[in-house]
Design a protein around this ligand. Sequence first.
Ligand SMILES: NC(=O)c1ccc[n+]([C@@H]2O[C@H](COP(=O)([O-])OP(=O)(O)OC[C@H]3O[C@@H](n4cnc5c(N)ncnc54)[C@H](OP(=O)(O)O)[C@@H]3O)[C@@H](O)[C@H]2O)c1
Length: 325
Amino acid sequence: MKVAVLGATGAVGQTMLQVLAERLPEVEEVVPMGSPRSVGKTLEWRGREWRVTAPDPAAFRGCRVALFSAGSQLSREWAPVAAAAGAVVVDNSSAWRLDPDVPLVVPEVNGPRVADLRNGIIANPNCSTIQLVLPLEALRRAAGVEQVVVSTYQSVSGAGRKGTRSYESELAGGRDPDSPFPGEIVGNVIPRIGPLRDDGWTEEEEKMRAETRKILGLPALAVTATCVRVPVAVGHAVVAMTVLERPLSLGQARAAIAGMPGVVLWDEAADPLPREVAGGDDVHVGRLRSDPDHPNVCHMWIVADNLRKGAATNAVQIAALVIRG
Ligand SMILES: NC(=O)c1ccc[n+]([C@@H]2O[C@H](COP(=O)([O-])OP(=O)(O)OC[C@H]3O[C@@H](n4cnc5c(N)ncnc54)[C@H](OP(=O)(O)O)[C@@H]3O)[C@@H](O)[C@H]2O)c1
């Protein structure tokens, strides 16, 4: 079986190739695609060298799945082409996430939505949204959810190779003129990710709101986010305050979260930290607390690897659902 990877040379694309090798033994061939800068280079995958090509209609033919991770503009242009060539596109950009004809999937939460495929495209959510919705869905199943207020602590690799490059050059004492960040990131925190909209919220914050509503199937759910970039290499953290429909004791909240597939619940003795959980596929929940003043409010700290569960692993899990049914 053959799988195409558009953006195979990028931060997420490289991780996709790695996770494909780990999780989908039935995939024997890959078709890595990149920009004209990378065409002709070779990438090592499963002990063989694979030549990077430019996206091309013929290159998608015979691919069961095409994993896309080269930004929204390329996804808008190439996803319909790949789908017309017979591949199911799993798109990691924001291009198709809110399209009513495109399922937006986190397998542990709404995996069966994969069957709603209409135009050959399935969207992979935003990285912070993926790690939020797993424990949120666990709480929703236990006591219903009315509102969620989050603050994120997002690593520099969330801005792709450019983000990591700038962080590393600042650590070495330099300053990168191509930095994707609006200020110096080392020794700092920056409360702005993505463009600012006219209403004062950033696009990243609006993505968390709209995508959480779509994944949970709750179009009126109150969701507000403040998204912050922090000087961490890999691994995003999210603080979430959740208002539930019914009171939930701490014991009930712990049982709900501990029983959720893909989630690891930590006890009070230690906290999950980005540097320690990076490299794994689970979503880690710590600092779980009931609110002292509101019996239907719950607080938690959620950490995951943004390149794996926040992007590549979730996409490969979707591909597995497509391939294995
Ligand atoms: N980083 C994260 O944690 C994360 C999480 C969730 C979603 N995402 C989304 O995933 C996508 C990729 O992000 P990333 O972080 O991997 O970015 P990245 O490291 O900058 O990689 C971008 C990839 O796109 C390719 N590309 C750029 N222009 C191209 C063109 N004209 N034709 C073909 N390929 C082209 C690049 O190829 P070259 O190497 O040839 O330039 C590279 O492989 C974005 O939509 C991002 O929003 C990222």
